[in-house]
Design a binder for this molecule. Structure first.
Ligand SMILES: [Zn+2]
Length: 283
């Protein structure tokens, strides 16, 4: 499932091609994505110019002329590919292609086998849209800091892993990067979040470290994703993933990668999701 770094990679990939392009034609498949297609989507976007592309959490926001914005989420399995004008003549719509934008010089194809992705169109300020308005602070931004997270966690009582997956507490993180950041911070995913905050609502040392490690792992993953951008316009273009650098994710029963630790990576289920961690060095 794409998380913040993968969505950032997709955003940067699209940015190279779509800015200042006009939307000439739109194809929508008969199947809807997670939600029905926005009302009158085609007639509202055809003729508009693409003027910006941004990312907020796991959403891509495409700004159009006349103050319209497309807000898109990749769900579990969504991906975009970009075809150049010369390639697009031969392009036959594939199974799971659900949305295609014909631009001046490119064709943008959205493919989503599981159809958990979704899209909306608004002519209001995107940040006020229901998808975005309650999102928590963005990693790597000034709004994401240990003092503010401590205030959010204060008086709560839940495993830290579950809270980090809550998009209203910190936005953009998913299972992979939460597991990896907790490992790097040596925090047990089952640890009650109240233990990371003092009785006065201040961050303890391990919470300060956790915030640092979240930023670190997200930054590294964006850099890895960015390095695969060269192939982005390829018809089979895949998103860059951070796989080769996973310390715990998908490593059940394998040895902990820390030299000083002889632990083994365990997998447990928390709120229906797999958690991978080293029970020896994550206390
Ligand atoms: Zn370990």
């Amino acid at each position: 499932m794409p998380e913040l770094p993968e969505v950032e990679t997709v955003k940067r990939g699209l940015e190279e091609f779509i800015i200042n392009e006009n939307i000439k034609k739109v194809y929508l498949s008969k199947l809807s994505l997670r939600f029905p297609w926005p009302k009158d989507f085609i007639s509202k976007v055809v003729g508009k110019k693409i003027i910006s592309i941004k990312r907020r959490a796991k959403y891509i926001i495409i700004g159009l002329s006349d103050n319209y914005s497309i807000i898109a989420h990749l769900g579990m399995s969504g991906s975009y590919k970009v075809l150049k004008k010369s390639e697009e003549q031969d392009y036959a719509i594939l199974k799971h292609d659900h949305l295609i934008f014909d631009l001046d010089n490119f064709k943008i194809v959205y493919n989503d086998p599981r159809r958990f992705g979704y899209i909306d169109l608004t002519n209001q300020e995107p940040e006020t849209h229901k998808f975005l308005s309650s999102l928590g602070p963005e990693p790597l931004s000034n709004y994401f800091n240990a003092d503010d997270i401590a205030k959010t966690l204060f008086n709560r009582s839940k495993p830290i892993k579950n809270l980090l997956l809550d998009q209203n507490i910190v936005s953009g993180l998913g299972n992979i990067y939460v597991c990896e950041a907790l490992f790097r911070s040596k925090i047990n995913p089952k640890k009650n979040c109240s233990k990371l905050v003092t009785s006065k609502g201040k961050p303890r040392k391990d919470l300060i470290l956790l915030v640092q490690k979240i930023n670190e792992v997200i930054k590294e993953a964006i850099e890895v994703g960015g390095s695969s951008l060269r192939d982005f316009s390829n018809i089979n273009g895949k998103m860059g993933y951070f796989q080769s650098s996973f310390n715990v994710y998908n490593r059940e029963n394998e040895k902990c990668l820390l030299d000083c630790c002889d632990g083994v990576i365990k997998r447990i289920i928390q709120s229906g999701r797999s958690t991978f961690f080293c029970s020896k060095c994550q206390k």
